[in-house]
Design a protein around this ligand. Structure first.
Ligand code: NDP
Length: 281
C-alpha cells in the first residue's frame, strides 16, 4: 500500500522557512491580487490566498476592477502596479471576462513582479535552470516528488498534460534533475499510447482534468504518483488517477484533495518573498 504524499505538512514546513525570510526583509512584502468582476471560484481562491498571506506576514492587497474593464484598461492598471514600489508581486485571478486574453495581458506584468512565473523572461530562465520565480503548480509537484526521497537522476518520468502552467514547466524542472522525461498529452491518448507510457513511469505526474483517465492497474509497482487533477464527481473532488487501485501498486501517491492543492498557494507566497528579496537588494 502506497505511502500518502500529503501537501499540508510539507506546506507547513515550507511556510516556516518563508516566515523567517519575511522577518529578514526590510519592509513587509506586498502581494497585489487583481480580480476583474465578481466570480465565486475566484473569490474562494482570493480568500485562501489572503489567509495564507496574513499568516506569513505578507500584505495581501486585493484590487477589484469592474466586470466591464477593457483589456487596455487592465494593461494600464498592471503598468501602474509595475512602477508602484510598494508592490512586490502580482497575480491576476481567473477567470477573466471573455473579452480579456490572459496570455496577452500577463505579458505586461514586470518579470520581477511575475510571481506566477509565466512571463517569457521567467520561462526563459527556467529553460536555463536559473529561474527564481517558478510556476506554482509545477513547483508544488516538484516539492512533492522530492519529499518522497526519490533520486530523479536517470529515472523514467512521465508527465501527462502539456499545459503552460503545469506540464511544460515541470518537464523543464525534471530535466534539470537529469530525469528521462516523457511528456504525453491528448495526441498520445488519441494515438492509443497513453497506457504504454504510463506503465513505464517510475514517477508519474498527471495534470489533465479528467477523472479516471489513468487506470489504477497501469501504475508501475513502486512508482511515485503525483495527481494534479481536480475534478468534481458526484459532489466529491477526485483526481485524474483511479486512486484506490493505484495506491495498491504505487510506493507514494498524492491524495486528491490534500496533495498538490495545499502546496500551490504556498509556492505563490514563496515566489512573492523571492521577488521581494530581489527587489530589496
Ligand atoms: P489544461 O486544460 O490547460 O491542460 C490539460 C492538459 O491535458 C492539456 O495538455 C491537454 O492536451 C491534456 N489532455 C486533455 N485530454 C487528455 C487526454 N485524454 N489524455 C492525455 N492528455 C490530455 O489544464 P491545467 O494544466 O490548467 O490543469 C490540469 C488539471 O490540474 C486540472 O484538473 C486543474 O483543475 C488541475 N490544477 C490543479 C492545481 C492544484 O493546485 N492542485 C492547479 C492548477 C491546475 P491539449 O491541450 O492538447 O488538449
Amino acid at each position: 500500500m502506497a505511502q500518502l504524499l500529503e501537501g499540508k505538512p510539507l506546506a507547513e514546513k515550507i511556510k516556516e522557512e518563508i516566515k523567517k525570510q519575511v522577518v529578514s526583509l526590510k519592509v513587509k512584502p506586498v502581494l497585489a491580487s487583481i480580480m476583474v468582476g465578481e466570480n465565486a471560484g475566484a473569490a474562494s481562491y482570493v480568500k485562501s490566498q489572503a489567509k495564507a498571506a496574513e499568516n506569513l506576514g505578507i500584505e495581501y492587497r486585493l484590487q477589484t476592477l469592474p466586470q466591464d474593464t477593457t483589456e487596455n484598461a487592465l494593461i494600464d492598471f498592471i503598468r501602474k502596479l509595475n512602477v508602484d514600489q510598494s508592490v512586490n508581486g502580482m497575480i491576476i485571478q481567473m477567470p477573466l471576462p471573455a473579452a480579456i486574453d490572459y496570455k496577452k495581458i500577463s505579458q505586461f506584468i514586470s518579470p520581477e513582479k511575475d510571481i506566477e512565473g509565466m512571463h517569457p523572461q521567467n520561462i526563459g530562465k527556467l529553460l536555463f535552470g536559473k529561474a527564481k520565480l517558478i510556476p506554482c503548480t509545477a513547483a508544488a509537484a516538484m516539492e512533492l516528488i522530492n519529499s518522497s526521497g526519490i533520486d530523479l537522476y536517470g529515472k523514467e518520468v512521465v508527465v501527462v498534460g502539456h499545459s503552460e502552467i503545469v506540464g511544460k514547466p515541470l518537464a523543464l524542472l525534471l530535466l534539470d534533475k537529469f530525469a528521462t522525461v516523457t511528456v504525453s498529452h491528448i495526441g498520445t491518448s488519441k494515438a492509443g499510447k497513453l497506457e504504454e507510457h504510463v506503465r513505464r513511469a517510475e514517477v508519474l505526474v498527471v495534470a489533465v482534468g479528467k477523472a479516471g483517465l489513468i487506470k489504477g492497474d497501469w501504475i508501475k509497482e513502486g512508482a511515485v504518483v503525483i495527481d494534479v487533477g481536480i475534478n468534481r464527481v458526484a459532489e466529491k473532488i477526485v483526481g485524474d488517477v483511479e486512486f484506490e487501485a493505484a495506491e495498491k501498486r504505487a510506493a507514494f501517491i498524492t491524495p486528491v484533495p490534500g496533495g498538490v492543492g495545499p502546496l500551490t498557494v504556498t509556492m505563490l507566497m514563496r515566489n512573492l518573498v523571492e521577488a521581494a528579496k530581489a527587489q530589496q537588494q
